[in-house]
Write a new protein. Structure first.
Ligand SMILES: NC(=O)c1ccc[n+]([C@@H]2O[C@H](COP(=O)([O-])OP(=O)(O)OC[C@H]3O[C@@H](n4cnc5c(N)ncnc54)[C@H](O)[C@@H]3O)[C@@H](O)[C@H]2O)c1
Length: 130
């Protein structure tokens, strides 16, 4: 993988306080990307996001992907060239217990993020990975 590609690129990551997101941020920050994360707060103290030394090296926004207004504000501020969508309720067993929350986060959260792109303040050419 050519990490030079990411140098100076504006990358917007949802779920940056999670397991995969925090690792991904660490890799992108190392590669010289300008990273903005958008997620709920890290669930534990200590947590991987803090332990990975990311605070101060990227912009970290605490917010909910179900909240379109908040997501859109962070997205527009970041002006991303690349979008990586990892925010999710990822536990299958929990989805049985709380299907509404799971649907709202995993499905409507994705719709909200896509809408941020399609109603963007300016035309951007982004890539979507979920
Ligand atoms: N861990 C794995 O082995 C694995 C395997 C395949 C796919 N995935 C997928 O990768 C993604 C990330 O998984 P993970 O293991 O890092 O999960 P995780 O639970 O560690 O992290 C989830 C992240 O999503 C954020 N989040 C959850 N609900 C949110 C909401 N309503 N609004 C904003 N942010 C919210 C959390 O704050 C956290 O940052 C998920 O889509 C998951 O299904 C994970």
């Amino acid at each position: 993988m050519d990490m030079e590609f990411y140098r100076g690129k504006r990358v917007f990551i949802t779920g940056h306080t999670g397991v995969k997101g925090a690792w991904l941020c660490r890799i992108l920050v190392n590669a010289g990307a300008i990273v903005t994360g958008y997620s709920l707060p890290a669930p534990t103290e200590p947590n991987l996001f803090a332990l990975a030394g990311l605070e101060g090296k990227m912009s970290s926004v605490v917010g909910d992907v179900r909240d379109f207004k908040s997501l859109k504000a962070a997205f527009d501020e970041a002006q991303p060239e690349i979008v990586l969508h990892l925010a999710a309720q990822p536990i299958v067993r929990d989805s049985y217990k709380d299907p509404r929350y799971t649907y709202e986060t995993n499905v409507m959260g994705t719709v909200n993020l896509l809408e941020c792109h399609f109603t963007g303040a300016r035309e951007v050419s982004g890539e979507y990975h979920h």
